[in-house]
Design a protein around this ligand. Sequence first.
Ligand code: WT7
Length: 631
Amino acid sequence: MTELYDLAKRDRLAFWADQAHELYWHKPFTKTLNWSDAPFAKWFEDGQINASYNCLDRHVLAGLGDRVALFFEGEPGDSKVFTYSELLAETKKAANALIALGIESGDRVAIYMPMIPETVIAILAVARIGAVHSVVFGGFSSDSLRSRIDDAQAKLVITADGGFRKGRAHPLKEAVDQALQEGNCPSVEHVLVVERTKNDVTFGPKDTWWHDALSNAATEHVAAGFDSEHPLFILYTSGTTGKPKGILHTTGGYLTGASYTHRTVFDLKPNTDVYWCTADVGWITGHSYVVYGPLANGATQVIYEGTPDTPSFERWWQIIAKYHVSIFYTAPTAIRTFMKIGREIVEGHDLSSLRILGSVGEPINPEAWNWYKEVVGGSRCEIVDTWWQTETGSIMISPIPGAFKTKPGSAQRPLPGITIGIVDELGAPVEKTAEGSVAGYLTIDEPWPSMLRGVWGDPERFKETYWNKFPGKYFAGDGARFDEDGDIWLLGRIDDVIKVSGHRLSTAEIESALVEHHWVAEAAVVGAKDEITEQAVVAFVILRQDEIADAPSETDIAKILRDWVTQKIGAIARPRQIMVVTELPKTRSGKIMRRLLRDVAEGRPVGDVTTLADSSVMTAINDKLHLGASD
Ligand code: WT7
């Protein structure tokens, strides 16, 4: 694998063209990159390609139709196997069903589903006909779903009656009904509903069962090629403002990035490996490393519907043993959870099939890294700590197995073809010394195929968020430093984005949800350090005295407001703690000083308060906390 570094160094664009040539092109490209309209990139622009064809038809035509594509494990214990031929047959029917509902190339389709095979089929069917999917994580509330449907102007929603989570049938169709009620989301013409849990659902004139639509659909469907820059999907992610951004990815470049990184970082041997990524398809990791990367590479993979603790914490390890998983990809939060429970639960299972272990979503601390290596990996597996983002589309920084010695806690080097920088506030590269560098801002210095192509409907926001801070460079929003060997250490977000269990949340979005409640006059949200989830949501609120005259006690208020955030955004954004305060620390220009609130939330002595307009505020907040009036 080390030769990839040399190849990419010698001729970066030729290297990317080679990676793209691993895919099937309906019409070959002659131009690799057009960067003349930077930061709007065009990769392989005169080529035509079909993502679904590359994930399915290509393998079946190569004689691999009987290879298992998906081992599905349902939470209640049911399981199902799909070969590549079977997955293709279902996808063709689903594509025809979408066409019958009037979906055309370029139309947006929202997908709000549990982790079941139909979700993968739905995604591949949408892509197959050139429509654009917008997957919304099933844990998001109906309000979040509604704003995403509206922003993308989705014509169709694909959902399920429910999904199994933590031993319960978690409803989904109900949330779709709520999102669409009272004439909301007028762009939606149809709703397709997969039957999974047999929950009671109400059917209206827009609703059709998935199984009816598929059984009425023609079985043959010939996939056409689309321009390489044809939109493939939109995925909403949190930024520094209250409104999530629709990150846009296009076909040829994205698929090149997802497949190249999947086979390289995981050292994939498609005919022998069994791969399992625990991410939900609602996140970018599920897009690139459950759907597009593994399937484009003809991998055999496991998908699991539920949570790691159902019916017990044995579940994941049983699944690894049952399917002889050899490549496993998960988040540090999960590792830390198991560390806390104790190694016995892992050690009781035969995990000898494992050979590569991946980590993603947040920095992995050296203790968790070592535990992962030793307890899960039996000290024999390679660990790959992979840094990337929704926006980058695929892994940017990671060791390549066997290429060099790994280091606990460091994502180490940019992948071949990727150019990374660390700069100071003025954009000057931080100086590398024998001891390593100081911390700076992480940048990506040259365009790459799977880069985002924009923010849906907002080209200005795209330029402003990612390209204006350091002209010509992509600004990632993370802090980082080089160590003495030139290896990269990620230091977390430097903006108001927080990571809770690897999930990305915006403090501003949670604040605006809180102030939508009539009790709340003002809110400030911070990410406080958490032993398991890396960060946790802690909110400080000022109540409106006129509105709370007969409100319950402060404890009840906190509980009600925490529920409110769950209802507004989703359970992942639920504050760990809400503190009722009478004032918030602000500078003279009125900016909330979150640094001080973080000190409070993390139980530290409060730092420098000299820039506060009123320095007694922090004393008041602290005194109040010591009286025990928190959540
Ligand atoms: C943010 C992106 C990438 C897929 C899942 C998250 C953080 C991600 C790492 C890592 C340190 C990491 C960064 C990044 N992050 N992976 N290996 N080490 N930090 O995608 O939701 O778009 O979040 O996750 O802060 O900016 P995302």
